[in-house]
Design a binder for this molecule. Structure first.
Ligand code: FE
Length: 221
């Protein structure tokens, strides 16, 4: 994996930083070394439902499809955040892709055997490019947990693929309070599962129908 070198390098820097801190040479707060300690967002599997039937919707609004009859079913959700590098600097021009199940847990993918119906107004596949401030935003819906076998259910999540000039990250974002977190082998395979779980915020007056999830992404840019 391309991250091994990076992780080793970061550990070396952290060790060196600790030694300098101990010797009183390095200021503990606000130093460049302290900022370099930001962890890369943890990888998660791509999963079986990466879209193959369509190109991503690049409008930033997945709750409508071109030529559709209305708005996607489900709890409207804004997913937004910053893409930053390990030093905390905004990554401009990163391509942020998301894909996800619809309001009843079904992917618009031919391999999804879930009998739940498709939503003609939701394809669940979008992409945007970060601006100079590293920010991205999507309008979408909050997916529910969905069954992967008769006895196993995955917690609700949105898949992310983030590509920059030097790095590519595949991960999944989860929602606080989901009863399936503890039994999900994919989430639990992350060294720090909590870091992939977001809190939900109530709507703001400008977008009264959308609850909000903020998910910042750290990669090498
Ligand atoms: Fe999934």
């Amino acid at each position: 994996m391309k991250t091994y070198k990076g992780i080793r390098g970061r550990r070396t820097i952290l060790k060196a930083s600790a030694a300098l801190l101990g010797a009183g040479i390095l200021a503990p707060i606000g130093s460049a070394f302290a900022q370099m300690a930001l962890n890369r967002t943890q990888d998660q599997i791509l999963g079986p439902f990466y879209p193959i039937m369509s190109k991503p919707n690049r409008s930033g609004d997945l709750t409508q499809v071109p030529g559709g009859s209305g708005r996607a079913k489900g709890q409207l959700l804004i997913v937004k955040g910053r893409v930053i590098d390990p030093a905390g600097k905004a990554v401009a021009g990163a391509d942020v892709e998301i894909w996800q199940a619809n309001a009843v847990g079904r992917y618009a993918h031919p391999d999804d055997t879930n009998p739940a119906p498709l939503d003609p107004n939701f394809e669940g596949f979008g992409a945007v490019t970060t601006g100079a401030d590293g920010r991205y935003q999507f309008k979408t819906i909050k997916p529910p947990p969905y069954p992967i076998t008769p006895t196993r259910t995955r917690p609700a999540h949105i898949h992310f693929g983030v590509r920059g000039r030097h790095d590519e990250l595949i991960t999944q974002m989860y929602f606080e309070g989901d009863p399936y977190h503890k039994t999900d082998p994919y989430l639990q395979s992350a060294p720090d599962p909590e870091a992939l779980i977001v809190k939900l915020s109530p709507p703001v007056p400008e977008e009264p129908d959308f609850i909000i999830a903020e998910f910042d992404i750290v990669f090498r840019g």
